[in-house]
Design a protein around this ligand. Sequence first.
Ligand code: URA
Length: 268
Amino acid sequence: MAHEFCPGYPPPYDALVASYPGTDVYPAADFRVEWGPIFHRGRLDGSAVLLVVGQDPAAHESAARRILVGVAGQRAQGLLSKLGITRSYVMVNTFLYSVYGQAGGSRHDRDPAIAAYRHRWLDAIVAQNHIDAVITLGSLAADAFTAWAEFHGHHAQLLHPTYPESASAAGQVTLAAATKQLLDNWNAAIPDLVVALTHPDQAPHPTLYGNAFASGDLTAIPEADLPAGLPDWMRSQEAWASRTGTTADDKRATLTVVVPGDQRPWKP
Ligand code: URA
């Protein structure tokens, strides 16, 4: 069976990836620059009707070299499925590199040089596509996108897909309560997004979320979104990448990728 794959960066994106900013723009104290920039996921062929702006790449993205591939990406992909958007989307992050440390993101989301490069991507995407709606995931993405101010269509400012984990880890709220907040927030945005997205890939099925993620609310990452030849399990809903190490230095330097237990073809 023929496999689909992400064909990479056609013009004008080729010039953007060729001129990505380095440590002079993204300080190594606040960004994991050692893992390289990770640019996008989705269509760069002019067919996108929805733009999703995320925050920054994490462990799974560092290995797969596309953004929003781990649990945040699968939650977002599930939302897109409800909207009937299965192919015609493009995603970029606020930051090219993973934020290191708690405050790194909010310290830099409006840095002029970081914003200038991000704006070149946003300019190109809006010029090359007919974007009907934009979804920003989390407040840094909403801020970054609003600062660009070149888009006058529908903008849904959503809580970030891993808001439940980050808010509950900060201790203000339980995981269950934060998950309900997230899903209420997404539910409230669905009707207007369905109206704004006048050319979905398939009929939307905008059934609302319950109080917790149900099986079926997450969608695996499409094969067409990842570089050629990546194994299926890198798109699956299993966690397969993590940062490991006993010191902060080792942990920053080490990415552990493990083939999930049920994806080992050498096992009977
Ligand atoms: N991974 C990304 O690429 N972006 C996010 O916002 C979260 C996880």
